[in-house]
Design a protein around this ligand. Structure first.
Ligand code: HEC
Ligand code: HEC
Length: 563
C-alpha cells in the first residue's frame, strides 16, 4: 500500500498535460461482440433515438431520458430543480441569477476572503412524483401508481412536486468516449445486460433461444458504459419510475406501444424522418417491430411464456434498452467546433483573443492537465491510459463530506465541449456562468485539499479564457442540426403557485396529492436545424431570447396530448 502511494505521488508530480487535438482524430469506441446480439446497426440507432426521446417510457407516461437531457444534451429548466439530501432547501423555487454562485465570496479571486453566502444545495433535474408502482395497463403509457408521501421535502403544504436529482445533469454529447459513466464513474465500462455495475453476477443474463431451448447466458460487453448508464434512470424511483417497477413489466408496456406516439417527429429528422407519421404523431412502427429489426432473432423469436406472464422479448428488454441507447448516444459526437477547425490547420477559425485563451488554458490555467487531448477530458478511453490517472479529481467544488463522488470528493474530469450551452456548472450546478468558473479555478477552488493551483488572472485574461471556452461549441449543437435534431418533447417545469407557498391540486384523480404543473414545449427539429441558436443558461436566467430569438426559451406551450 505505502509503495503504491509513493509511486502515485511521483507519477502525479511528473504528469504532463495532454496536447489539444481535433476530435475528428478520435474514433468512437467500438463494443466488441455486439453483433452476437445486434443484426442491424442503423435500426439500433433509430430504436435508441426513439427510446431516448419517448415520454411514454416514464411511469407517468410523460418522462423521457430527454426530459433531463434535451438541451445540448443537458437540462435547461429553471423551476423545481433544487434538492439536497442532507439539508432543508426551497422546493419549487424559480432560479434567478442571484442564486449563483451558491458559494459567494467577498472577493471572488480570493478563496480566503469573507464568505457572504454558502449553500450546500444542488441544482439538479426534476424527475418524477413519488409513487408506488402497482401495474401497467397494456396499450397505455401511463402506469397505475399510488402516491407515497414519505418525502416531505418535495411537498408544499399537502401537495407534491416532482423529486429532483442530487446532481446536475451532464451532457450526453460525447459521453460515448468515457471509460465510465456519471460524475462518479459508477456506470461500468462493461455492460452486464441489466444493471449499471457491470458485474456478471448482478444481472440475470440474456435469454437466448438455441436449438429450440431458452436459456440464460451471461452478458459481458466491453466499452459499453453508455449501456450500463442507460439501465439506471429508467427504473429509478426518483428519475423516471414509480417505485418497484420491474424490467419485464416495462418491456410489456413499451413493446406494445407505437413509438413516440405522443410526440411530433420532423419528416426530415435525420434518423426517424422516414418512419415518421406525417401530419400526425409518432412513428409508423411499434417498439416490437423496431426491436425485431434491430436485434438477432435468438433474443425474441421464442413463443414460450416465461414466469407465467412474459415473452422472451419482454424478458430481454433491459438488454435492448441499454444497447439501443448506447448506439444512439454514440452518434452524438460534436467534433466540428471552431477549436477543431483551428487544430486542423484553419488559422482563421479562432480569433486572436480565443487563441490567447487557448494559450492560457494550456499554460497558466493548467486546464489541459485534466481537460486535455481531443475530448478535453482525462476520463476517456483514449486519455486515461498510461501514467498519472487524472480521470477523477478533487477540485474542491464542495466539502467531500456532502458528496464523496468517486471517493474523497473526486469527480469526473468531464469534457468541456459546448460548455457555453450547458450551464449551470459542476456536479452541484453551483456556478451559472463561465466567468464564475474561471474565478473558481483562479482562486484555487472553494474547499481545501484539492488538485487545483490558484493562478493570477486579470480581466483581459479572464475574458480570453471564457472566449476560448465559447470556441468549443459545435454549431450543429447550437442550431440542433443533424445528428443533434430531435422529436418534439414536453417537459415539466415546476408547479404554478396560487400564492407563495400554495400549489394548485392536480385537476383529476387518481393523484389527488400531486400538484398541477407547468409544461414547456420543445418543438420537433429536422436535420437542417433551428433558425435560432439555443439559449444559454445565463440568458434563460435573464430572459434573453424570450422574444423567440433563441431556441428552447422554455416559454412555448406543450402541444402533446399528455396522458
Ligand atoms: C430526472 C432527470 C434525468 C433523467 C430522466 C435521465 N437522466 Fe441522465 N443524468 C441525470 C443526472 C442528474 C446525471 C448525473 C448523475 C450522477 O452523475 O450521479 C445524469 C447522467 C447521465 C449520463 C452520464 C454522462 C457522463 O458524463 O457520465 C448519461 C449518458 C445519461 N445521463 C443518459 C441518460 C439516459 C440514456 C436516460 C434515460 C434512460 C437518462 N439519462 C435519464 C439526469 C437524468
Ligand atoms: C486537477 C484537474 C482539473 C483541472 C486542472 C481543471 N479541471 Fe475543470 N474539472 C475537473 C473536474 C474533476 C471537474 C468536475 C468537478 C465537479 O463537478 O465537482 C471539472 C469541471 C469543469 C467545468 C464544469 C463542467 C460541467 O459540465 O459542469 C468546467 C467549465 C471546467 N472544469 C473548466 C476548467 C478550466 C477552464 C480549467 C483551467 C482553468 C480547469 N477546468 C482545470 C478537473 C480539473
Amino acid at each position: 500500500m505505502a509503495r503504491q502511494a509513493v509511486l502515485c505521488l511521483l507519477v502525479a508530480a511528473c504528469v504532463s498535460a495532454q496536447a489539444l487535438r481535433s476530435l475528428k482524430t478520435v474514433a468512437v469506441p467500438e463494443t466488441p461482440g455486439l453483433d452476437a446480439y445486434v443484426r442491424d446497426r442503423a435500426a439500433l440507432i433509430a430504436l435508441g433515438k426513439a427510446f431516448f426521446w419517448d415520454m411514454q417510457a416514464g411511469s407517468d407516461g410523460r418522462t423521457a431520458c430527454a426530459s433531463c437531457h434535451f438541451h445540448a444534451g443537458a437540462d435547461h429548466r429553471a423551476q423545481n430543480q433544487i434538492s439536497d439530501p442532507n439539508n432543508p432547501f426551497p422546493a419549487n423555487l424559480v432560479l434567478t441569477a442571484s442564486v449563483f454562485p451558491t458559494r459567494q465570496l467577498a472577493d471572488p479571486e480570493n478563496r480566503n476572503s469573507a464568505v457572504l453566502r454558502d449553500s450546500p444545495m444542488r441544482l439538479g433535474s426534476a424527475g418524477t412524483f413519488r409513487r408506488a408502482f402497482k401495474d401497467i395497463v397494456p396499450g397505455q403509457a401511463a402506469e397505475v401508481g399510488e402516491e407515497m408521501l414519505d418525502h416531505p421535502e418535495f411537498m408544499i403544504g399537502d401537495l407534491q412536486v416532482r423529486r429532483v436529482t442530487v446532481r446536475n445533469s451532464p451532457s450526453v454529447i460525447n459521453a460515448a468516449y468515457y471509460v465510465r459513466g456519471f460524475w462518479d464513474g459508477r456506470a461500468a465500462r462493461v455492460f452486464n445486460g441489466a444493471t449499471i455495475s457491470g458485474i456478471a453476477g448482478d444481472a440475470p443474463g440474456a435469454m437466448t433461444l438455441r436449438d429450440g431451448v431458452l436459456a440464460r447466458e451471461p452478458v459481458q460487453l466491453n466499452n459499453a458504459s453508455l449501456a450500463s448508464q442507460a439501465v439506471g434512470p429508467i427504473l429509478d424511483p426518483l428519475e423516471m419510475s414509480y417505485a418497484g417497477r420491474t424490467w419485464p413489466k416495462l418491456g410489456k408496456k413499451m413493446l406494445r406501444l407505437q413509438a413516440l406516439a405522443l410526440q411530433r417527429v420532423a419528416p426530415d429528422d435525420s434518423v426517424l424522418g422516414p418512419m415518421a407519421v406525417l401530419d400526425g404523431r409518432g412513428l409508423k412502427m411499434s417498439y416490437t417491430g423496431m426491436v425485431q429489426t434491430a436485434f438477432q432473432p435468438l433474443l425474441w423469436e421464442s413463443n414460450e411464456i416465461v414466469e407465467g406472464e412474459y415473452s422472451q422479448a419482454e424478458m430481454n428488454f433491459p438488454l435492448f434498452w441499454g444497447l439501443a441507447l448506447q448506439a444512439y448516444q454514440s452518434t452524438l459526437i460534436s467534433n466540428d467546433s471552431r477549436l477543431d477547425r483551428f487544430l486542423e490547420g484553419d488559422a482563421s477559425a479562432m480569433t486572436p483573443e480565443e487563441q490567447e485563451g487557448m494559450r492560457l488554458f494550456q499554460t497558466t490555467g493548467r486546464c489541459t492537465v485534466c481537460h486535455g487531448g481531443a475530448e478535453l477530458s482525462a476520463a476517456t478511453i483514449t486519455n486515461s491510459v498510461g501514467r498519472g490517472n487524472r480521470a477523477f479529481q478533487r477540485t474542491g467544488v464542495r466539502d467531500p463530506g456532502e458528496d464523496a463522488g468517486s471517493g474523497g470528493g473526486s469527480f469526473k474530469s468531464i469534457g468541456l465541449r459546448n460548455i457555453e450551452l450547458t450551464g449551470p456548472y459542476f456536479h452541484n450546478g453551483g456556478q451559472a456562468t463561465l466567468e464564475q468558473v474561471i474565478d473558481f479555478y483562479a482562486r484555487g477552488g472553494d474547499f481545501a485539499n484539492n488538485a487545483i493551483r490558484s493562478f493570477p488572472v486579470n480581466s483581459t485574461q479572464k475574458a480570453a479564457l471564457v472566449a476560448f471556452l465559447r470556441a468549443l461549441t459545435d454549431d450543429r449543437v447550437r442550431y440542433e442540426r443533424a445528428p443533434f435534431d430531435h422529436p418534439e418533447l414536453c417537459v415539466p417545469a415546476g408547479s404554478p403557485e396560487e400564492k407563495p407557498g400554495a400549489l394548485f391540486a392536480a385537476p383529476a384523480p387518481p393523484f389527488l396529492r400531486s400538484s398541477r404543473e407547468n409544461w414547456a414545449g420543445i418543438g420537433p427539429v429536422g436535420a437542417s436545424g433551428n433558425k435560432f441558436p439555443l439559449q444559454t443558461f445565463e440568458e434563460l436566467l435573464q430572459g434573453v431570447g424570450a422574444d423567440g430569438s433563441r431556441a428552447n426559451a422554455m416559454n412555448e406551450a406543450c402541444t402533446a396530448p399528455l396522458p
